[in-house]
Design a protein around this ligand. Sequence first.
Ligand code: FES
Ligand SMILES: [Fe+2]
Length: 355
Amino acid sequence: MAFVRDLWYAAGWTQDVKRELLPRTIIGDHIVLYRTEAGEAIALSDTCPHRFAPMHLGKLNGDTIECGYHGLRFDRGGACVYNPHGNGATPRASHLRRYPLIEKNGLVWLWMGEEAAADPAGIPDFPWLDDETYAFTGSHTIPMALPCDLIVDNLLDLSHAAYLHPGTLGPQQGTKDVTSVRKEGTRIFSDRLIPGAPPAFVFTATGAATPDETVDYWANMRWDPPGSFYMDAGIVTAGGQKEDGRILSSVQIVIPATETSSYYHWKMFRNFAIDSAEVTAGIEAAVMQAFTTEDEPMIAAVHQRMAGREFWSMKPLLLSSDSAAVQARRVMADLLKPRHENESMEAQPIVAVAG
Ligand code: FES
Ligand SMILES: [Fe+2]
């Protein structure tokens, strides 16, 4: 599988990058992150050019990073600035690649393409993460032994929630939904409304709704490549206005580590029970249960059953609920093409669906 290099990838949360060496693998590149004494976040290649030791097994020496094998030191720009061997000369060729890095909305973004093409305007915005009127869960990162595209499929088709998450996040099975999908450039929106349904467990368990209440449930997904999601979600008493609703929204960002492994960064926020640590803990427990004991094993089983075969070669049956996920696959395929072939992106038809 090829990866799109000309993209910003969320390496993690701002607070994960500290005065210690944090290894991350992104689209196959081994990277080490740390913070300088002045607080600047740095991302360098995690492979020493001498004998290829992982740099994160070394240590920080001021703002330089010292290889744990034979002691070469590199500065925050990746240049070798200290050689304890021979005459101490630092060969020009011995440097670590430095990745352009930007911190925005509490996330650390790395540009994986050529440095000259790095445009911060391409970073998806998540202003809700800076809005202190919400109550937040923790900032989580779950490593998953799953390919990124299958996790993106899962998140772009929330019709699975009623079947895979009946006791946690999902609405009742058989409830009718209205879903509309639209595309703006490389961004895809999938808006879903389930009118007049019982509230999901996560709402009743946290006191946001009573089990006998009838609610309208909205879940509007915004996707940016390769796997950055803003999910605007919540419930309102049936027939009410969304503005009066109980919001339980989230930022969920999936990035490929390798072809078969990913990082899943997630954080939820709400506008009810703002001061309740108990409600925060209840939401975290329900979400973790859903992601790691419901989604993850199912996607792993799908991955195993596909046995390395390419998605389209298996001729998947397409349902109406697949529209957003199929369009996202098309966006990724287009981004992988050489630039001059991308001009017809807007002209592509929406996927033909059955069912
Ligand atoms: S492997 Fe890093 S200094 Fe030798
Ligand atoms: Fe799920």
